[in-house]
Design a protein around this ligand. Structure first.
Ligand code: ADP
Length: 474
């Protein structure tokens, strides 16, 4: 199949979280199965990665009532083609977080057909991710000035995080996207506002999210972020497919950031990684570390973790937190480190090498999330023999086996989390039990094999659906 993968972030070029990881690894897997994959993402000024895109020309993008130009840069990595959409809108110091984000990503979404046409690439399936690409299925169905072959092309939309939806003024968004005015009463309309997430859900031929449990949860008011009704309505085309992990990118046997390589056959050199972490962070020796590597956001239950720090220290844990995000949480975390410098280390920022040292050197990883679509940090932790202590929600339920590969707890607030952390401490300070659980966690297979086949089936179903619905007359 020819697959256009449309995303706001892709590792190793641009990554702020799990979407970047998934966009970096699943397309590679699909390419290795014989599919032709182009990943289309913005050409941020902050782009990293081992190869730089090469500018191949500009395209005319139907936008904002007229036509606007966007640059196209391409490169290829591990069998996957990457196309980057260049515009002044993306030449900023971060991918997101601006007042005009809806307009920026409307422009990005609207450019996709023209960019693919410039590549000479007519996809069988367009796979769009999260609200930043949520307009793509609607544009593909109804947009004016589409390249030949595009109207009615099969679309798949994946929800990585339902909380962020991309909301704008209906009239404006329809004008930007160059849609017929009938689009105002399409799936774009959520109580009178344009909602990119809902547009993706409603207009794609197939919808997936990143774990079976989250697929069930988001159909309930408690987890639906106002779109549970829409999701119940489309339940027949919604499916949860568990994220995999890039087993090459995350491997304690071949990780330059790990002090001494280790694997499931012999996890004992993990103690050198623990010693290296403890000394790097200036923590008291000979105590196991409970780590956090996370966006500092309400979703992640970081407030629960910070409130529990005195209890964790009393249990006997050292604490290592790495994260960036909400200013209030950053300040609170820093205060905890100042109060107990030999037991609590806090690093504010985004640091891949330190994250790897924490995964390798910690005995446990805390994930007290309020909701968690899939979560990758627990998968990475398990691969590094670090036992997750996690709230039983979303993908955490689908990937952690309580008492065997990690510790799950139900309920809210710090008390149940502290109980689980106490259970974990008893295990990690007991040599035989620790080793048993570490080996069990490290031998879980969280690669992409099975999930990639599930996506293949979903793509095929979307193509059948697209053929049977045909092109919508405008
Ligand atoms: P989300 O996508 O909701 O942020 P995930 O668990 O799906 O959460 O993915 C988080 C990814 O981002 C993981 O690869 C994790 O290692 C990485 N990450 C998160 N915060 C940081 C940070 N401060 N520094 C380095 N890596 C981070």
């Amino acid at each position: 199949m020819r697959i256009a993968w449309v995303t706001s972030e892709v590792a190793p070029f641009s990554k702020t979280g799990g979407l970047g990881d998934v966009s970096g690894s699943l397309p590679r897997r699909l390419a290795s199965m014989g599919h032709e994959v182009w990943v289309v993402s913005p050409w941020y000024a902050t782009l990293g990665g081992p190869v730089a895109p090469y500018w191949i020309g500009d395209v005319e993008v139907p936008f904002d009532g007229g036509f606007d130009r966007a640059g196209v840069g391409t490169c290829s990595l591990d069998g996957v083609g990457h196309a980057f959409v260049g515009h002044a809108d993306f030449s900023r110091d971060a991918p997101y977080g601006f007042d005009d984000d809806v307009r920026r990503f409307a422009r990005f979404s609207r450019s996709v057909p023209a960019v693919c046409a410039r590549l000479g690439f007519l996809p069988d399936v367009v796979h769009a991710h999260d609200w930043h690409a949520g307009f793509v299925p609607l544009v593909t169905e109804r947009g004016w000035h589409l390249p030949p072959g595009w109207p009615g092309i099969a679309t798949v939309f994946t929800i990585h995080n339902l909380q962020y939806q991309g909301i704008g003024a209906l009239d404006e968004v329809v004008h930007w996207l160059r849609l017929p005015s009938s689009a105002k009463s399409s799936g774009l309309d959520h109580f009178g506002a344009a909602n990119a997430m809902q547009a993706g859900i409603d207009h794609a031929h197939r919808v997936t999210t990143v774990s079976p449990t989250y697929a069930r949860e988001i159909r309930t008011p408690a987890y639906g972020h106002g779109l549970d009704g829409t999701l119940r309505h489309v339940a027949g085309k919604l499916e949860g497919i568990l994220n995999g992990l890039d087993l090459e990118a995350w491997d304690p046997l071949h990780d330059a950031a790990v002090a001494a390589p280790f694997g499931p056959d012999d996890p004992s050199p993990k103690r050198f990684a623990a010693a290296a972490l403890t000394s790097r962070l200036g923590l008291e020796d000979a105590r196991p570390v409970i780590g956090v590597v996370s966006r500092l956001a309400d979703q992640k239950g970081i407030d629960t973790f910070l409130a529990a720090i005195p209890d964790l220290v009393e249990i006997g844990w050292n604490v290592a937190l790495l994260g960036a995000g909400e200013a209030g949480l950053e300040a609170w975390a820093a205060t905890e480190a100042v109060a107990r410098p030999s037991r609590v280390a806090v690093t504010i920022g985004y640091d891949d090498a330190l994250a790897r040292s924490i995964y390798a050197g910690s005995a446990a990883l805390a994930i007290p999330s309020r909701f968690e679509p899939c979560g990758l940090t627990q998968l990475i932790a398990m691969r590094y023999g670090t036992l997750p202590v996690a709230r039983a929600t979303g993908g955490l339920v689908d990937t952690i086996d309580d008492g065997a590969t990690g510790f799950l707890y139900a309920g809210e607030g710090k008390a149940p989390f502290v109980d689980a952390a106490r259970r974990a401490f008893a295990v990690v300070t007991h040599e035989r039990l620790r080793r048993e659980m570490q080996v069990h966690a490290m031998t879980q297979r969280f690669g992409w094999e099975r999930s990639a086949l599930a996506y293949e089936r979903t793509y095929a179903a979307a193509m059948v659906e697209a053929r049977s619905t045909g092109t919508i007359a405008q």
